[in-house]
Design a binder for this molecule. Structure first.
Ligand SMILES: *[C@@H]1O[C@H](CO)[C@@H](O)[C@H](O)[C@H]1NC(C)=O
Ligand SMILES: *[C@@H]1O[C@H](CO)[C@@H](O)[C@H](O)[C@H]1NC(C)=O
Ligand SMILES: *[C@@H]1O[C@H](CO)[C@@H](O)[C@H](O)[C@H]1NC(C)=O
Ligand SMILES: *[C@@H]1O[C@H](CO)[C@@H](O)[C@H](O)[C@H]1NC(C)=O
Length: 142
């Protein structure tokens, strides 16, 4: 009996452990954030690089959401860290995002991100006000 119990423990761990990783995060697909902006990430290549499209919906930009390309990389992991750049097509600004894909308590994938938005300034004297920072959560669009 004393020898059987550890065996059963190991067996039950082996059966349960894959369940812990059942909610693997995959960046590929469409995502929407808390501001109503969305993005679509195309399949990730062998090196971890990816392309996509970002539609911003924030008020600081023209009324209808505009489509801009994004380009990024991720680490190979079940819950990957990633970064990408958005080259805004309607203004001479650039945003870089960095984040990680998690699975929340409800089993839903969530991208936790932070970003820096670099605006174009006409003079180095205005450099101090050129960069904005923010946070966004993205959830998958089914
Ligand atoms: C992620 O999803 C895409 C599209 O559904 C699929 O082609 C790819 O194999 C998936 N990657 C992993 C690591 O599961
Ligand atoms: C993203 O937003 C644009 C503009 O509102 C919309 O046309 C597009 O269908 C949205 N994409 C997805 C995957 O929901
Ligand atoms: C970046 O955006 C500009 C327009 O502001 C466009 O001319 C250029 O082709 C874009 N670059 C890429 C790599 O999409
Ligand atoms: C992002 O999600 C976290 C929970 O994971 C929540 O506490 C936070 O308020 C959310 N932030 C935004 C900007 O929605």
């Amino acid at each position: 009996m004393e020898q059987v119990t550890p065996f059963l423990l190991v067996l039950s761990l082996a059966l349960v452990a894959p369940g812990l990783f059942a909610g693997k995060c995959n960046l590929t697909g469409s995502w929407i954030n808390d501001l109503g902006s969305n993005m679509t990430i195309w399949p990730i290549d062998k090196e971890g690089n990816f392309n996509g499209i970002y539609y911003t919906a924030v008020k600081d930009t023209p009324n209808d959401p505009k489509r801009s390309p994004l380009l990024g990389s991720q680490q190979p992991s079940e819950y990957p860290t990633f970064g990408f750049t958005v080259n805004w097509t309607f203004t001479d600004s650039v945003t870089v995002f960095t984040g990680q894909c998690f699975v929340d308590e409800d089993g839903k994938e969530i991208l936790k991100t932070m970003w820096l938005l670099r605006s174009h300034e006409n003079s180095i004297k205005d450099d101090w006000k050129a960069t904005r920072v923010g946070y966004n959560n993205f959830t998958r669009i089914k």
